[in-house]
Design a binder for this molecule. Sequence first.
Ligand code: C2E
Ligand code: MG
Ligand code: MG
Ligand code: MG
Length: 278
Amino acid sequence: MAKTSGKNGYRFFDQRFSDAIRDRHRRELELVHAIEHDQFVVYYQPRVEVATGTTCSFEALVRWAHPTRGIVGPDEFIPLAEERDLIVELGELVLDKVCAQLAFWATTGQAVVPVSINVSGKHFRDSRILRVLKEAIDRHGVPPHLVELEITEASVIDGGEEVIHAMHALQKMGIALLVDDFGTGYSSLAQLQRLEFDVLKVDRAFTRELNRSNEGRVLFTAIITMAHALGMRVVAEGVESREQLQTLKALRCDEAQGFYISRPLPPSVSQPMFTHRV
Ligand code: C2E
Ligand code: MG
Ligand code: MG
Ligand code: MG
């Protein structure tokens, strides 16, 4: 390309390249600033029991309350945070916010259900996580069983002994561990059994196929059977229709989450909505 476009081609390329680097650097600084000034808010999306429609948990989903862009979703900054090693700090911020929210709900006399927090692999493998989480729980006076952690398969596979140790220590504290986005990673079933998760969240790619093809339904059925055999509850992610929810009920899937039930909402409007008719 450079050859055919001659001298100017090179310059054009250089210019674009340095623009990209500068832009990246700017976004990085902006993120550091946002963490320092705590520009993050946590939204909550309910997870319901399929059989009863009762909310059994909320998933905490972080958003950046950007001063000029408004509410920015995690896909726009989590990858950068992971790359630039800001994810531990950001993760700790979220842990603290969720514990504070749980304490607030409890002290204002509202019924409280557990909240699951997404923890990135890097953060989960960080040696501080156990202590920091314990401190946040103690500081806010939150019963540990109200905190759950979502981890993707990829982040714990090949994690070695320390990861297994951390997982057991968390479970001993009463903290449930969920596999997030199941089916998108590379973990073997043997590894899944060895890791002893409490809950399996099936990626929405599988939910999407539920009512589209017989294969989709068969696959989902197999996942449920396997998870139950390993002693895990199953959550379907990304439920967007009544038909999907009904199929999940027929398949005896334990729990469901998705836009059909509720979008993620700011905490002020999350709690009152407890039962969803299935
Ligand atoms: P995730 O943990 O798999 O969370 C579910 C994502 O799917 C959320 O996107 C949620 O809004 C979206 N979703 C829920 N129901 C539906 C549905 O019915 N249809 C569709 N199309 N989407 C649905 P969100 O909030 O943009 O989060 C994206 C990802 O960012 C999360 O995926 C999670 O991996 C990551 N993330 C979010 N919050 C945190 C956090 O505090 N820490 C870390 N490390 N990662 C986070
Ligand atoms: Mg999640
Ligand atoms: Mg997920
Ligand atoms: Mg995800």
